[in-house]
Design a protein. Sequence first.
Lengths: 301, 280
Amino acid sequence: MTAEQQESATPQLTALAGNPEAYNYAFLDEVSKREIRRALLKAVAIPGYQVPFGSREMPIARGWGSGGLQVTLATIGPDDTLKVIDQGTDAGVNAVNIRRLVERTAPGVTTTYNTAEATLIQSRHRFPEEPLRDDQIMVLQVPLPEPLRMVEPRESVTRQLHAEADYTRVWVHLYEDVITNGEISRAAGYPVLVNKRYIMSPSPIPRWDIAKLHQSASLTLLGAGREKRIYAVPPYTDVIPLDFEDYPFRVESFVGKHCARCGATDTYLDEIIIDNGERLYACSDTAHCDERLAAHAGGNA
Amino acid sequence: MTADWLLHVAGLAKRYGRGCDYCYTLTGLAAATNECPRCGSLVACAEIGFTLAPGQTLGIVGESGSGKSTVLSCLYGDSEPSAGHAYFRPFADGQRDIFDITPGERRTLRNFQMGIVYQHPHRGLNLRISAGGNVAERLMATEWRRVGDIRERASALLGRMEVPASRMDDLPAFFSGGMQQRVQIAKALANGPTLLLLDELTTGLDVSVQAGVLDLIREIQAASGIAMIIVSHDLGVIRLLAERTIVMKHGRIAEAGLTDQILEDPQHPYTQLLVSSANV
């Protein structure tokens, strides 16, 4: 079979997906968007509080960013510029698919890799390296929104604990961590205290990015599709990681390491093990890395 | 009410079941039952009243099902009383009823002023976190935020309870019953409470271990001047530890007074039976 024959035999994705114009603007119907926006408003009004919402069936699987996607779709408008990040890169398969869905169903929305240009950034696992501005909104995809789940399996009890701000068990968990591992070893979902009231799971971002949440100029919205929860950190809100006075919170250290592409020493680095077993490090935020490379090239020319 | 009091309880009652208007009149000592014959509700305790002075130890004795543990769990807030009032001096200077407070206030009260030791260590301890972690839980509930300080305090408390420092980071699930009970006492004492509640402290421990635990309690009494309420069906424990005693039957107080008086000169027929059948 030649390539042409194969192409004609295999139905194209565009044909299978149908006419994007048949969908409502930004995929979701207006009633759904209104409900999500209402949940978002409540979330912003009570920083760190998990607002339940009726998570919709999305064209991506739950656990693949359906919560973040619903927040994005309920928030986005024709004037917006969208950036989607998956594990730090804009070209990850999940990021590409989410970006394409928004492009198809929300005419007028432009998409970008450039953090500075974006008005709305949906991300999984990472914040962009560049500090965000107060006219930008960060949307995070959250798999496990409940920071107390590790110490209490019952939802009815965790709600009660949140209501009474009874967070002793989280502290015991951290204490045991220090005793067992000599440090607070939690990496993803490090518990933080938002606005001196609610303990929040900041999604699986590294500790490196948690420091950026504190008094951030941008609004951060967090959506958990499978767990049906929305919560938020409004701009300029205190976000304090839980720690002990003698075991303080520390971000990941990359001392003595640099990006193999752009040479950066001030970014979050991914470790890459190459063929001969050696380790290389490269910027996790690829768009930022590319910009630095371009700037270097421009400077040399 | 005497001038110097720590805890004052009046009219405490706890009823399980749908209840009717006659539950309290058709049960009790005279009726010789705690089950309402009209509606079948269980009156676990009723008309319980006493005053505890600071540093004093009150014993509550009675057979199983007489409602003595219910009194304790109502005071600690594990169960909600059906009626009654209780005033606790360290809370709002004794002006407010501790049966009528918010869950947050209840937690503050428990964390800062009260300690409890349950009959079964698994109720008072989380057996899946280390012994030190269990003690640390109480400390961290009162804003201790330095691991070094927490460990120092926890190991001092555990050491006082004769739990070796080397076992501090082990899980209490692997401890013997007596050692679990000692960890529980260390936890209850962590924040220097003014009132310690002990529920069947030595039941289920063998006799030599019992003696050790009782010695510890006597030492705590002597050293800290902490007030205690001790629930037990063992008159020996009561004689050893309590200054005043309440005898309960069918959910009511059968007799109350000085421990010596009750044991040497029991007035109520049930107390007489209890004392004569126990060899103390």
